[in-house]
Design a protein around this ligand. Structure first.
Ligand code: COA
Length: 159
């Protein structure tokens, strides 16, 4: 069976934790679409176009992976892409409540699309985009947490 999965998020910016998840997904799915949301109620550090471009560069070369921006309902975007699966990462128990709510709401909106959870490698379980941004802003070393193109973009933006 051909499995098309959508991995949605803000990706502000993409981190090594996200890439780890995409690599795992690429081994399970025929196609993995990394879907960069334009608006998520957060005020993003990088623009939508920058977030898409950074993710594209970072994930180039992983088989069956493509990056697309979207600004409609996630389940509608998944339907348009013919995806059967929404993929989300669970890093810790603290992620569970929000993820359970999101998955349940998406199931109400479209019962044909299943949410599947993957866990990242242990060394990525504490990374989040907002922590990476904060560390970069305060001059800390972020090289171990993000792909090289993202580290360069953060350093350039922060100056
Ligand atoms: N490694 C590192 N960090 C990870 C991670 C991983 N494997 N998985 C999640 N994160 C982090 C993110 O960096 C982010 O951290 P931050 O908040 O500190 O920046 C946090 O976990 C959660 O972000 P993300 O996974 O990007 O989710 P989100 O809450 O920003 O995105 C959407 C939610 C985009 C999925 C949701 O808003 C959506 O579907 N929007 C489309 C519109 C829609 O359909 N809305 C109704 C939904 S029911």
């Amino acid at each position: 069976m051909q499995t098309i999965a959508i991995y949605p998020g803000t990706f502000d910016p993409i981190t090594n934790g996200h890439s780890d998840l995409v690599q795992r997904a690429s081994r399970l799915c025929t196609k993995t679409i990394v879907a960069v949301a334009r608006n998520t109620g957060k005020s993003p550090f990088f623009t939508w176009e920058e977030r898409v471009e950074l993710a594209r560069e970072a994930l180039a070369g992983i088989p069956g992976v493509e990056v697309q921006g979207f600004e409609i309902l996630l389940v509608e975007f998944a339907r348009q892409c013919k995806a059967q699966v929404i993929l989300r990462g669970l890093r810790a128990v603290s992620d569970f409540e929000y993820e359970f709510q999101l998955a349940s709401m998406n199931r109400h909106l479209n019962a044909e699309i299943e949410t599947v959870f993957l866990t990242p490698a242990e060394q990525y379980s504490f990374i989040s985009s907002s922590l990476v941004r904060e560390i970069a802003r305060l001059g800390g070393d972020i090289d171990a947490f993000v792909p090289p193109n993202v580290a360069a973009a953060l350093k350039q933006r922060i100056g």
